[in-house]
Design a protein around this ligand. Structure first.
Ligand code: SF4
Length: 199
């Protein structure tokens, strides 16, 4: 069923939620475009800079970025070339593989991140307006939806607790064997630097 079919949508809360999520996704696109115009970079170039600034070197490679952003390696490589030509990143060659490199931000690249990374601030404000219970419920629902989309292979990369080798489903509730602590709903992570993929 197409959730965008207006005659059916009104009878279906599921369809209304899907359309609401589409509006939210559109907001991200608009906010990123605004930054794009300000700094003269494409949205994906900005996303690469922000991602590489906040993630470890192992993730700042063309192959990983292609999966992260659901794009081809060629598209990511083209963006990386532009970023390098603008002196926003450097390519750090891997000692054991001359075809592979890690993307490192230059001081100029970090300045661009400072300017663009708050692109979703208005979205943050909209979440801040929710009550604690609404935030907890929303977060749990979103995690379950992302889990589903991951299993359906639409989101291929995720670094959440449910797919982590350190995640322990104990009788009295989930536990993280890396942090050595019980995980309440609000402690579950969406992008954990310690995430260990299941083998
Ligand atoms: S290491 Fe991170 S992702 Fe893994 S269970 Fe612990 S908090 Fe969750």
């Amino acid at each position: 069923m197409a959730p965008f079919d207006l005659s059916r949508q009104q009878q279906s809360i599921e369809s209304k939620i899907v359309v609401a999520l589409e509006r939210i996704s559109e907001s991200f696109r608009v906010m990123l475009w605004q930054k794009s115009k300000e700094v003269g970079l494409s949205p994906i170039q900005i996303q690469i800079l922000i991602f590489c600034h906040y993630h470890s070197g192992a993730m700042c490679k063309v192959g990983y970025l292609a999966k992260e952003f659901n794009m081809t390696k060629a598209t990511i490589s083209d963006s990386v070339k532009v970023l390098a030509a603008k002196d926003l990143i450097t390519k750090q060659l891997e000692p054991d593989d001359s075809r592979s490199y890690v993307i490192k931000l230059t001081a100029k690249g970090m300045e661009v991140v400072k300017q663009t990374a708050p692109f979703a601030t208005e979205m943050l404000h909209s979440v801040e307006n929710l009550s604690s219970l609404e935030k907890t419920n929303l977060f749990s629902s979103l995690l379950r939806m992302i889990d589903h989309l991951n299993q359906a292979q639409i989101i291929t990369i995720q670094r959440m607790c449910h797919s982590c080798a350190f995640y322990d489903r104990r009788l009295n509730g989930p536990y993280c064997n890396f942090l050595n602590k019980a995980l309440k709903d609000k402690d579950l992570r969406i992008d954990c630097p310690e995430h260990q993929p299941l083998s």
